[in-house]
Write a protein that binds this ligand. Structure first.
Ligand code: NAD
Length: 336
């Protein structure tokens, strides 16, 4: 099994799951130095490689039966709105990875696309319109990041149709959980809000800045649901890109309400209307995934956020004390 982007949030969880399932030959690849990966395991082949380069994709794909292609230059809205060219350059990773998969006789190839492929005109209202798979066309994806995802998922389709490569594609809707980015500019809304609430509480300011008006709506998928969905979709007969997301839509204000409740605080809110906020409303329509798999991501946001908040809280305290991250060490020792 090859997992790319394994030093990141979802890739790390996928490697952890394959270990739990007992796979013996897992290769984990990321451009970051191995010491900086969120989760790393001594019994896995960990390689630090830049997959923009074809020769590194060849190295990564050698001997791999299954490839889970998650590597991408990405982040939350703050990152993707200001780094469109960098996001689009991930097309090099996906092009070279598909070519390498084909050249090395890979049996199954999974690609992580995104809800950012959906047509912006269908996401102008705050009532969280549920996006069906067909709503990606006519194409007017999120500029930069979304266009690259749409192009790469299309390439997966044509590698399958023209070259016979087994490809499966899921469109992830906002994934959250522990072992992901929670500060530094690439973090997404759930992690950013957990961190801001912790800062306000421990710093004694009891104030929080929210990006946008707070009424924009989204759904958020618990990481374990995402990992389960990836495996089900990889082994399915679903040929076209399919939504993998929760249907529990909330406004950003409601997201803050839940985190405040978990933290046991009430904060004074200010709204930064100039900050990147993305589309007004977005939700996952799960008709297709339920039809094919008789399953959909269903962990409640409250349950997932409690665990995420607790993890970020620990990381925050560790960072304050100058420690590398309190929980990480037990994973390195292979006690996961
Ligand atoms: P992440 O940023 O935590 O992980 C991506 C990893 O890819 C990073 O560790 C990064 O170092 C690595 N990477 C970047 N460029 C690379 C390169 N040239 N060579 C090798 N590795 C490289 O992000 P994530 O949240 O784990 O996302 C995983 C995948 O899921 C991405 O493709 C992302 O676009 C997609 N996705 C994520 C979400 C979400 O909510 N997290 C939503 C939609 C789609």
């Amino acid at each position: 099994m090859l997992v790319t982007g394994a030093g990141g949030f979802i890739g790390g969880h996928l490697v952890a799951e394959f270990r739990r399932l007992g796979y013996q030959r897992i290769r984990a690849v990321d451009v970051k130095p191995v010491e900086e990966w969120y989760q790393r395991f001594e019994d896995v082949e960990n390689l630090s490689l830049d997959l923009n380069l074809r020769e590194n994709c060849e190295t990564a794909a050698t001997g791999a039966d299954e490839i889970y292609s998650l590597a991408a230059n990405m982040g939350g809205m703050g990152f993707i709105e200001h780094n469109k060219a960098l996001c689009m350059l991930s097309v090099l990773i996906n092009t070279h990875m598909l070519q390498a998969a084909l050249a090395h006789g890979c049996k199954k190839f999974f690609y992580s696309s995104s809800a950012c492929v959906y047509n912006a005109d269908k996401q102008t209202t705050f009532e969280a319109p549920s996006l069906k798979e067909e709503d990606a066309y006519p194409a007017q994806a999120e500029d930069g990041y979304g266009w690259e995802k749409l192009f790469s998922e299309r390439m997966c389709r044509h590698f399958r149709e023209d070259f016979g490569l087994y490809t499966r594609v899921a469109r992830f809707h906002n994934v959250y959980g522990p072992w992901g980015t929670w500060f530094g500019g690439r973090e997404k809304a759930p992690a950013a809000i957990c961190r801001k609430v912790i800062e306000a509480k421990l710093g004694g300011t009891y104030e929080i800045e929210i990006w946008g008006s707070g009424v924009q709506t989204r759904s958020f998928m618990w990481a374990d649901d995402c990992i389960k969905g990836v495996q089900l979709i990889m082994d399915s007969e679903i040929l076209e890109p399919i939504n993998l997301g929760s249907t529990e839509a909330v406004s950003i204000n409601q997201l803050v309400d839940i985190v405040e409740d978990i933290a046991g605080v009430k904060l004074k809110r200010s709204y930064n209307l100039a900050a990147p906020k993305g589309v007004n409303g977005r939700n996952s329509d799960n008709t297709l995934i339920k039809k094919y798999l008789n399953w959909e991501p269903d962990t409640s946001l409250r349950v997932g956020l409690e665990k995420t908040y607790a993890w970020i809280y620990d990381q925050y305290l560790a960072r304050e004390k100058g420690l590398p991250g309190v929980v990480r060490e037990s994973f390195v020792a292979g006690k996961a």
